[in-house]
Design a protein around this ligand. Structure first.
Ligand code: HEC
Ligand code: HEC
Length: 302
């Protein structure tokens, strides 16, 4: 497999490798056949450090043989392994192949463990220290880059520890999220709401839902516009896991806190994607990860 868009670099690498090996032979041949004018005492006349004279002796045999062995070794190595550009070696070895083999070997080694885990319910797994240790390592490998090492997330990357779910926090919903990913879409809503003044009023109403600081007069005026939001966020603003619309009555703000952030959400809309992980993790690993994420939100002390 190649990441290059044209074949040029394969020929370039293959050519360079072959030329280097052949150049070694040529060098050896030239140095073996060139006649050097020597003096009667078999020195070349080159003198260093006052009395260090260069003799005109042939290369030592062992050195020449070593040189030839190296060249032959290089050629054989190049035939067996993928040394010439993208050409596969006779052994069929590749880095990706070796990686896959080692990965499979590790998976095989832990297979009995995972087989036992997959028999267990998520609630049971969450109480199993061995399973949670594995879950935490899987989390660090596959999830921490987005949801942070402590799983508390950051702007636009949800906190997975606060039991506040856009898509649902029961084991089925979590497993579905990890396997297939999620795409949260809120369309720009300003046109449905009215002008900037109406948008601002509505934003204050939204803030009032969570008891956040807001202008009560504007909030009262904005109440009427809530109808255009209710379809997704619910008439009481507590959200809807069927479309990933967040609860706006709690004080967790994924996309920023305050009137500016809400106005921006209304004007510009939001698109937020969690990529599915099924190409990276198998079903059993996802089962353990589901239990791990679930355990972050549910007391497991009994
Ligand atoms: C490339 C970044 C990225 C990676 C990697 C990632 N996530 Fe996410 N995840 C997101 C984003 C962004 C969202 C929010 C999606 C949305 O707004 O609907 C999300 C949402 C979620 C949710 C749903 C939260 C809710 O409120 O319903 C869960 C659960 C979750 N991720 C778990 C995981 C787990 C477990 C992993 C590791 C296997 C993982 N994520 C890997 C970016 C990522
Ligand atoms: C079509 C469904 C839909 C409609 C209609 C909709 N929203 Fe949303 N809204 C969403 C979704 C989905 C998200 C979460 C985006 C994400 O992060 O995945 C969201 C996120 C938000 C957020 C960010 C919440 C946070 O935690 O940062 C705010 C604020 C918000 N909506 C306000 C509104 C208001 C006000 C209206 C009415 C004008 C509205 N929404 C209408 C679907 C909708």
């Amino acid at each position: 497999m190649s990441d290059f868009t044209s074949d040029f670099w394969h020929y370039y690498v293959a050519g360079l490798t072959l030329i280097s090996i052949l150049a070694c032979l040529v060098l050896l041949w030239i140095s073996g056949t060139t006649k050097v004018k020597a003096r009667d005492d078999n020195t070349t006349g080159h003198i260093w450090d006052e009395d260090l004279r260069e003799m005109n002796n042939p290369l030592p045999k062992w050195w020449v043989y070593l040189f030839i062995i190296t060249v032959v070794f290089g050629l054989i190595y190049g035939l067996l392994y993928p040394m010439f550009g993208s050409k596969q070696g006779l052994l069929g070895w590749s880095q990706t192949g070796q990686y896959q083999t080692e990965k499979q070997r590790n998976l095989d080694a832990v297979a009995p463990l995972f087989a036992a885990f997959s028999e267990m319910e998520v609630e049971q797994l969450a109480r199993d220290p061995a399973a949670m240790a594995i879950g935490s390592r899987l989390y660090m490998n596959f999830c921490a880059q987005c949801h942070a090492a402590d799983a508390r997330g950051s702007r636009s990357f949800p906190n997975l520890t606060n039991n506040d779910w856009m898509w649902g926090g029961d084991p089925e919903a979590i497993a579905y999220t990890i396997t297939n990913g999620r795409m949260g879409v809120m369309p720009p809503m300003a046109a449905a709401v009215g002008g900037p003044n109406e948008v601002l009023n509505l934003a204050h109403y939204v803030l009032s839902l969570s008891g956040s600081p807001h202008d009560t007069v504007r909030a009262a005026q904005g109440r009427g516009s809530w109808a255009s939001c209710a379809a997704c966020h619910g008439s009481d603003g507590t959200g809807n896991t069927a479309m990933g619309a967040p609860n706006l009555t709690d004080n967790y703000w994924l996309h920023g806190w305050g009137v500016d952030a809400v106005v921006r959400a209304i004007n510009e809309g939001i698109v937020n994607v969690m990529p599915g992980q099924s190409h990276l993790l198998n079903e059993q690993q996802i089962h353990v990860l589901t239990a791990y994420v679930w355990s972050l939100n549910n007391s497991t002390s009994n």
